[in-house]
Design a protein around this ligand. Structure first.
Ligand code: CO8
Length: 258
């Protein structure tokens, strides 16, 4: 397996795991982290043996944001011309479901990275925030757009305008997080979610993720059309026949991703 500078990568069965590993900077997301995470996620995405990906950080920090020290002296022109952090869009575009397992700080780009994932599972120590306003800037990796879709206009405005952090429980009530567990159980809980997804039929998982994503990006009529076509297309898979036969025969399906 390729080794990376700023992340640790491993697999367990059909689950790929990416661990952010810049403890000296609370996993601040510099351009090397972006390159490493994008490369690892795309490699997992290209591997039919992988059915779900977990992205996690350390106990203290999922990620404390984009790397402030790397950005500080840049000009607006440089930010635009380098498309600083633009490659994160490739991470958001992987077809394989990604679970963010968040412990400690998920701030700024860290919160935005979690929101690029499909499911956010949090340890009870997790803190979610968009503190960019305290630095004289605003979120730049989706924090105004994805957050508002996740938690609604008013909680998003509170977070983005005041910079205040949500606790894990607040984030769950707001709809950002789907499960909160004691911090010590986070890894096991995230693995359980990932293994559950990875045991399904990959074509249906890809279609489900694409349809969910479409809902965030398009009108209801367009989204319903997309869903109907994706639903119909799955009837050409062997796994649809197997899944429905298994139901009729009162047994577990044996999916082959065909
Ligand atoms: N960038 C760089 N270094 C960081 C960052 C960061 N975001 N966060 C922490 N670090 C470093 C600290 O500088 C410190 O390093 P050193 O020991 O060399 O001084 C080390 O990590 C440990 O941090 P602290 O000593 O500050 O730890 P504390 O436990 O006292 O505090 C906090 C933890 C509260 C998380 C604090 O570190 C903090 O406030 N960090 C910054 C949080 C923040 O403002 N994040 C938003 C960054 S901006 C952003 O994410 C924009 C994204 C959009 C970019 C789009 C580009 C196109």
């Amino acid at each position: 397996m390729t080794s990376y500078e700023t992340i640790l990568v491993g697999t367990h069965g059909r689950v790929g795991r990416i661990t952010l590993n810049r403890p000296e900077a609370l996993n601040a997301l510099n351009s090397q982290v972006m390159r490493d995470v994008v490369a690892a996620a795309e490699a997992f995405d290209a591997d039919e043996g992988i059915g779900a990906i977990v992205v996690t950080g350390s106990e203290k920090a999922f990620a404390a944001g984009a790397d402030i020290k790397e950005m500080e002296q840049k000009s607006g022109r440089e930010m635009i011309m380098d498309d600083h952090f633009g490659a994160w869009a490739r991470f958001a575009a992987v077809r394989t479901p990604v679970i963010a397992a968040v412990s400690g700080y998920a701030l700024g780009g860290g919160c935005e990275l979690a929101m690029m994932c499909d499911i956010i599972v949090a340890g009870d120590t997790a803190r979610f925030g968009q503190p960019e306003i305290n630095l004289g800037v605003i979120p730049g990796m989706g924090g105004t757009q994805r957050l508002i879709r996740a938690v609604g206009a008013y909680v998003a405005a509170d977070m983005v305008l005041t910079g205040r952090m949500l606790s894990a429980d607040e984030a769950q009530r707001a709809g950002l997080v789907s499960r909160v567990v004691p911090a010590a159980d986070l890894e096991a809980e995230a693995a359980k979610v990932a293994e559950t997804i990875a045991a399904k039929s990959l074509p249906s998982v890809y279609a489900a993720k694409a349809a969910l994503d479409a809902a965030l990006e398009t009108t209801l009529a367009e989204g319903l059309r997309f869903e109907r076509h994706a639903f119909a297309a799955l009837f050409d898979t062997a796994d649809q026949k197997e899944g429905m036969a298994a139901f009729r025969e009162k047994r577990q399906p044996d999916f082959t991703n065909r």
